[in-house]
Write a protein that binds this ligand. Structure first.
Ligand SMILES: [Mg+2]
Length: 400
């Protein structure tokens, strides 16, 4: 079998219904996402599908470039082709999630091809099943949303962000009692300084969180280690990292308790399987990031999590944009708080190309998306000490 062509499908995904991503107040869908799907075709009529994240409009060009080194190759040799793609990018420098995002979608499609060619699900190629369903967690910014999710059988919710995380957690825990798992994502911008993250983390300790995510900016792993040492909550991080080398220090130094590789930009299933093994050696759990991802990467994550022992949960945007299910053949089956692992050859999902074409890509950068907050003086800064965010720490009224 030979690869004959790689097609890309770039689209604009609408914002989730219960989300501050929806608008910048000027009519722009600032926080809405671009999804990039790929299709790897072969001379035997079998094709595979995948999804890239990490800056989809830029990655689309990278995928087209990489196609030139893959056409004519046998898609069975996934590791060889992954290495070839990495080497092909060297002249561009270390390309981070852009390069790894391009490789991720192609790699995913190669596993899909292999599964279809052999007539077996991808989880079977990754070692077989540890589980036939994967627990999910959803997002909740209010007790009402958390209670509605619990009523549907979903047992874990994540809250947080840059505005009042302590107040949100207190309200949700008070409403749901001890039955639900609660996680907090403290992501910026503006990111907190390490000392502020420690103060807030300690204030969150009584709420028995499953994990505390991204308490400080991702560039400084020593700052993350300081927070992890000072706060008695399991720490999760890594959604912005790429390849096994991106996580190496975090895992080897056992700074985190949970790693959160983004299935569309971590480098592909080939990398995520290795990364899960690295984490397993350190008793670290895996909870893939999905916040901005489309539906094909979700299928890939299900196959991985079915096959690894240290799967914790899969992130899921419940109440996502309605078009999510429209652009693929069929969504995965959600039963209570679990997604069923597909039991058909390959990944078990296909692209609805006509539906994708109805949503042409617009811009995909934003600062005023609701997830990011201007600093004290209205400026957009990357890291800021607590300043007017005093309320976030349970310490009084915010300024300004
Ligand atoms: Mg996050």
């Amino acid at each position: 079998m030979k690869i004959t062509e790689i097609k890309t499908f770039l689209m604009q995904a609408g914002a989730p219904s219960d989300s501050a991503w929806a608008s910048d107040g000027k009519g722009h869908q600032t926080g809405s996402r671009n999804w990039l799907f790929v299709k790897v075709l072969t001379d035997e009529g079998i094709y595979g599908v995948g999804e890239c994240s990490g800056w989809p409009r830029v990655i689309e060009a990278a995928v087209r470039d990489l196609a030139g080194v893959l056409v004519g190759e046998d898609p069975a040799h996934i590791e060889k082709l992954w290495q070839k793609m990495l080497v092909a990018q060297m002249a561009h420098g270390v390309t981070g999630v852009v390069g790894a995002g391009a490789m991720a979608g192609i790699d995913m499609a190669l596993w899909d091809i292999k599964g279809k060619a052999l007539g077996t699900p991808v989880w079977n190629l990754l070692g077989g099943q540890v589980r036939d369903r994967v627990r999910i967690y959803a997002h909740a910014s209010t007790p009402e949303v958390a209670l509605a999710l619990r009523a549907r059988g979903i047992g874990a919710v994540k809250t947080g962000g840059v505005r009042d995380p302590l107040r949100k957690v207190a309200a949700i825990r008070d409403a749901v009692g001890d039955e639900m798992d609660i996680m907090v994502d403290l992501h910026g911008p503006p990111w907190m300084t390490p000392k502020d993250a420690i103060v807030l983390g300690r204030a969150l300790e009584p709420y028995h969180l499953l994990f505390l995510e991204d308490p400080v900016a991702p560039e400084n792993i020593d700052n993350l280690a300081r927070v992890a040492d000072q706060v008695a909550i399991p720490i999760a991080a890594g959604e912005r990292l790429a390849t096994i080398w991106g996580w190496r220090q975090m895992v080897e130094r056992e700074i985190v308790d949970v790693i959160q590789p983004d299935t569309g930009r971590a480098g592909g299933l080939t990398q995520m399987k290795k990364l899960a093994g690295m984490a397993e050696a350190h008793h670290i759990m895996v909870a893939p990031h999905s916040g901005t991802l489309g539906p094909i990467a979700e299928f890939a994550a299900l196959h991985l999590l079915a096959a690894i022992p240290n799967a914790l949960m899969l992130e899921r945007i419940e109440g996502d944009w309605a078009g999510r299910n429209e652009v693929i053949s069929a969504p995965p089956v959600l039963e209570g708080g679990h997604l069923l692992v597909p039991n058909v050859p390959g990944l078990g999902v296909d692209i609805n190309e006509e539906a994708v074409a109805r949503y042409p890509s617009q811009r995909n950068v934003s600062i005023a998306s609701g997830g990011y907050e201007p600093g004290t003086e209205g400026e957009f800064v990357y890291v800021q000490t607590r300043l007017h965010r005093a309320a976030a720490f349970g310490g009084g009224k915010p300024r300004g």
